[in-house]
Design a protein around this ligand. Structure first.
Ligand SMILES: [Ca+2]
Ligand SMILES: [Ca+2]
Ligand SMILES: [Ca+2]
Length: 247
C-alpha cells in the first residue's frame, strides 16, 4: 500500500514538472548597470531584455481599442525594474489618491506571486499617469469564498513616465506613453524566503495594462501578456518568469 501511494505521488510530481517545463518562461535579465528611472529606454541593458507584447485583449468594442503594448523587466540586488511602452491614441488619467482606482485610467499593472506555483494570493501594483498607485496584497479566498485586498501594502516604488501626446485632451490623436518603475525587492521580504530574487528563481506573474480612451465614464479595455478568462486575479492564468544572470 505504501509503495502504491509512493508511486501515485511520483506520478503527480512528474505531471507537475512536465507542466512547468512546457510553460513559456519570461526571462528577466540581471542588470549590472544602474537604471535611471526616467521613462526612457536608453540604458543599453534594456536592449538585452526579453520583450512581451500584451496580445490578449478584453472589452474591445472597436478597432481603435486594440492598442499595442511592449513589456520588459530587469532585476538587480535592490529592485525589480519594469518598462511599459504603450501605443495610445487617447491618453487619460483621473485618479490622484493612492489605493483609489487608477485601474480605471490608462494604467500599467503587475501581479506577482513569489513562488513558481499559483498561490491564493498575489502582490498587485497598478499605476496611472499621475503616478497614482493602487498597491495591495490580494487574497483570492480570504473569507467565505470572497477575495480581499490588503491595501496597506505601500511599497516605495520609483515611477517615471513619458507622454507623447496630450493628457485628458481628446481633441487630438496621441501617440502613446511609457512607464518605467523600480520596485524594491524588500517589498517582498519574508514571502520571498522560498524563491528569493536571484539567478534561477521562478515566480508566477501577470503583466497587464488598462486602456481608458474616453474622458467621461469608466469604459476601459484590458490587455495582458498571458491569456486570461477576464478574471485577471485568478492565479491559474498567471505565467512564469525566471530571474537570469546578465548576458
Ligand atoms: Ca531609463
Ligand atoms: Ca497600497
Ligand atoms: Ca488610452
Amino acid at each position: 500500500m505504501a509503495l502504491l501511494f509512493f508511486c501515485f505521488i511520483t506520478v503527480v510530481a512528474c505531471d507537475q514538472k512536465e507542466k512547468v517545463k512546457d510553460e513559456t518562461v519570461f526571462k528577466v535579465v540581471k542588470t549590472t548597470q544602474p537604471i535611471e528611472v526616467d521613462g526612457i529606454l536608453d540604458e543599453p541593458v534594456w536592449q538585452k531584455s526579453e520583450i512581451q507584447s500584451f496580445n490578449y485583449f478584453f472589452d474591445v468594442e472597436k478597432p481603435s481599442d486594440q492598442q499595442k503594448t511592449m513589456f520588459r523587466m530587469l532585476w538587480d540586488e535592490t529592485n525589480l525594474y519594469l518598462f511599459y511602452e504603450c501605443e495610445d491614441q487617447f491618453i487619460t488619467a483621473k485618479e490622484k489618491i493612492r489605493d483609489g482606482a487608477p485601474y480605471l485610467d490608462d494604467c500599467a499593472e503587475i501581479f506577482l506571486i513569489p513562488i513558481p506555483e499559483p498561490a491564493k494570493m498575489h502582490y498587485g501594483i497598478e499605476v496611472n499617469l499621475f503616478k497614482t498607485s493602487n498597491d495591495f496584497i490580494y487574497f483570492n479566498d480570504f473569507y467565505n469564498g470572497e477575495f480581499a485586498s490588503a491595501k496597506g501594502f505601500n511599497p516605495d516604488i520609483e515611477i517615471a513616465f513619458t507622454i507623447n501626446g496630450t493628457l485628458n485632451d481628446n481633441s487630438d490623436i496621441d501617440k502613446g506613453w511609457t512607464m518605467e518603475m523600480a520596485i524594491p525587492i524588500k517589498s517582498f521580504l519574508g514571502v520571498d524566503k522560498f524563491y528569493p530574487v536571484k539567478e534561477g528563481s521562478k515566480w508566477k506573474f501577470l503583466a497587464l495594462r488598462q486602456d481608458r480612451n474616453e474622458i467621461a465614464g469608466e469604459r476601459r479595455i484590458a490587455s495582458t501578456n498571458f491569456p486570461t478568462n477576464k478574471d485577471v486575479h485568478d492565479p491559474n492564468v498567471f505565467g512564469l518568469l525566471e530571474f537570469v544572470k546578465p548576458f
